[in-house]
Design a protein around this ligand. Sequence first.
Ligand SMILES: *Cc1c(COP(=O)(O)O)cnc(C)c1O
Length: 388
Amino acid sequence: MPRAFLPYGRQSIDDSDIEAVAQVLRSDWLTTGPAVDAFEADFAACTGAAHAIACSNGTTALHLALAGLDVGPGDVCIVPAITFMATANAALYCGADVVFADVDATTGLMTPDTLRQAIARVSGARLRAVLPVHLAGQCEDMAAMREIASAAGAKLVEDACHALGTRQAGRPVGACDHSDAACFSFHPVKTIAAGEGGMVTTGDAALAARLRRLRSHGIERDPARMEQGQDDPWWHEMQELGWNYRLCDVQAALARSQLRRLDRFAAKRKALAAAYDALLAGHPLVKALVRTPDCDPCLHLYPVRIDFAAADTDRATIMRALQARGIGSQVHYIPVPSQPWYRRRYGDQTPPGAAGYYQQTLSLPLFTDMAADDPARVVAALDAVLGG
Ligand SMILES: *Cc1c(COP(=O)(O)O)cnc(C)c1O
């Protein structure tokens, strides 16, 4: 019997998830309520964060974090050139501009060196925030990044959308030991799914209170925080301009149920990645993902680097040939500065490391419900289509 199409990523849903969602649907509360509170508490415990603020998706998590840190017009944020565009867009939503940092051509990550180079290119504006992206689930040395950002007077906001379950320097990503905030996504291809959902973690209580306000129109309901001091039963205050970026209880119940299985999901992803690593060791054309030191990643993606020229082919041909064999693949990512909107705004600012990474990268299937022998099947298909 032919096997089902293998996508590059997908969610893993079981009966406990369905029951958790059904329970909320049978309850009185559908919007932001007890399930969101419970999910936030579990997420904070699991990441070691002091505060966790749920929101509607990873993009709004990034926007909230930057807005909460007062990023605004006249400011600059540094974003690596290889990321999902939402990282850069969040700065633009705040009225700020982006300076794109280069990445290491073998990991796709901004490094302490490429961050320093980007800081040197910020001129005539205030550098307000640096946003390291934990591409594929790997991290650079966050203590080093923090030191460089702080010396430049900038906040550090981690785009951790790929990195739930990753540990760096022995600590979970999201603990915010060396950052002002970390942002997560629960889009179905990410490590846990909420349908759509996001989270900001932070160690700063005042920032956490502000993020809770900003995610719900800027409205304050805590009597202790009122500006006008009224204690009428209906009284609430819009103290700043916020948005409706709330997560609802239906989504939170699903995400919380998924979070309970994070250890299992991470173990499975690690086993699959180890299988790929072993299959690709010494491969003449396909290089396994290069790992960063002191990081124990729960990989969200399994990007490999392929020397398409040496194989006398190109990426589109290989992707189509894999597709025909029932195997999905994807490119993470087209350099953000080369996107038409950013090119019109800044000119094409794609730096050389990002261009080199982009040229060779291809993400192979990696998700929790893959079969143990799927990596071997994928690598065999890749060998066949590369003519190896
Ligand atoms: C998925 C993702 C986002 C955005 O998350 P959404 O939940 O889809 O809005 C931001 N940054 C990175 C690196 C992502 O992978």
